[in-house]
Write a protein that binds this ligand. Structure first.
Ligand code: ZN
Length: 149
């Protein structure tokens, strides 16, 4: 499978820091032999009554996984997990295409237009993302994102 470097020019959301969620798990264990996998009511080794042991694990959240779970069949966003960036799948108004030479000195108007579009079009998504990761950890920006696929 060939990997290719792709570029997207436009609005993005960057998530700062590590994203984990706590998952609690309950295991059945013998107080003396807790390293062993146990099921039922009694320990297979010593016959003692098994107890419930709950542990909390911090699991990393994949942004793509988060999008799938949170927005279900909605494919209007996608994530570049390796750089913690979420991108719109819909094309913003006004197109800037990267050529071998691209003049970017005059595109402030397009940048503003695309950021406004992003804030409006994705208002609900952005709200959910900010609530999940924290407003201070969610940066709405505009730029060139590159990713492999
Ligand atoms: Zn035991």
């Amino acid at each position: 499978m060939a990997t290719e470097l792709n570029y997207v020019i436009g609005p993005y959301i960057e998530i700062i820091g590590k994203h984990t969620k706590s998952i609690s798990k309950v295991r059945r264990v013998c107080p003396e032999h807790s390293k062993f996998e146990a099921t039922g009511n009694f320990c297979r080794i010593c016959g003692a009554a098994l107890e419930n042991l709950s542990t909390i694990q911090e699991r990393p959240i994949s942004l793509q996984q988060f999008i799938w779970e949170k927005f279900e069949d909605d494919d209007s966003l996608f994530a570049c997990d390796d750089i913690n960036v979420i991108l719109p799948n819909h094309r913003p108004p006004g197109k800037i295409s990267l050529d071998r030479l691209t003049d970017l000195t005059n595109c402030q108007e397009i940048i503003n237009k695309q950021l406004d579009w992003f804030r409006q079009e994705y208002e609900n998504h952005i709200k959910v993302i900010e609530e999940t990761f924290g407003r201070d950890k969610t940066i709405l920006g505009w730029g060139i994102t590159s990713y492999y696929c």
